[in-house]
Design a protein around this ligand. Structure first.
Ligand code: ADE
Length: 230
């Protein structure tokens, strides 16, 4: 049993790397994969880089080289819902690529051509375990819902409303659905866990640098709790 953990940015995986024992590392396609143990559990941890292409390359390589049973994507996101505050957690039950658009051909927005689905589901047994791990984190609200992914930093009411109106998502980020998409193609379990660093609005460019650290730490805490529970 080996768990794959992917974060887009160094701040999202730095502490996990520091917690690892028996580390070996390997670089493939400019991404470094750290294999070792956290709380005695086998893990492979990687920083994918930002955006859907980086995330897809990282996920596919991780699957081929390390055969993880489950891939968890940890990191930060912009809140799309007023009930979600900075550092609150979202666990994905579905992921969607909000910038996938073949509507010019008559398709619904977000449809993944070829797969003929819009939202990719997360296995309920995975959600349940991660939800339980989250319940042990003090003073933190955790929500389960759709996470929307696109190659855009969302920082306007207009874009935010577009994603909410079309996909009913709780938060927006830039890698999760690409990771889910690759896992879906490979029949591998996955889940996205994100803590809110901003509200994806006109203040997001200022909030993100202020809160990215505290949010990344919260998501990392959930990964620790999950690994301890295995
Ligand atoms: N990651 C963190 N905040 C984000 C935002 N507002 N849009 C996209 N990705 C994000």
């Amino acid at each position: 049993m080996i768990t794959g953990i992917i974060g887009a940015m160094e701040i999202e995986i730095a502490e996990l790397k520091e917690s690892m024992e028996d580390i070996t590392q390997e670089e493939i396609s400019s991404i470094i994969y750290y294999k070792g143990k956290i709380h005695g559990k086998d893990v492979v941890v990687a920083k994918s880089g930002v955006g859907k292409v980086h995330a897809a390359v990282c996920t596919q390589t991780m699957i081929i080289k390390y055969s993880p049973n489950l891939i968890i994507n940890t990191g930060v996101a912009g809140s799309l819902n007023s009930k979600l505050d900075i550092a609150d957690l979202v666990i994905s039950d579905f992921v969607v690529e909000h910038d996938m658009d073949t509507s010019g051909l008559g398709d619904p927005l977000g449809l993944i051509s070829g797969l003929d689905i819009i939202k990719i589901p997360v296995a309920s047994h995975v959600i349940d375990k991660i939800k339980t791990a989250a319940s042990f984190i003090k003073d933190t609200n955790t929500y389960i819902g759709t996470i929307a992914t696109g190659d855009q930093f969302i920082c306007s009411a207009e874009k935010k409303n577009h994603i909410v109106d079309n996909f009913d998502a709780l938060c927006a980020e830039m890698e999760g659905a690409a990771i889910g998409h690759v896992c879906y193609l490979n029949h591998i379990d996955f889940c996205i866990v994100r803590a809110m660093s901003d509200k994806a609005d006109g203040s997001a460019h200022m909030d993100f640098p202020s809160f990215v650290k505290v949010a990344a730490k919260k998501s990392t805490e959930l990964i620790h709790n999950y690994l301890k529970s295995l």
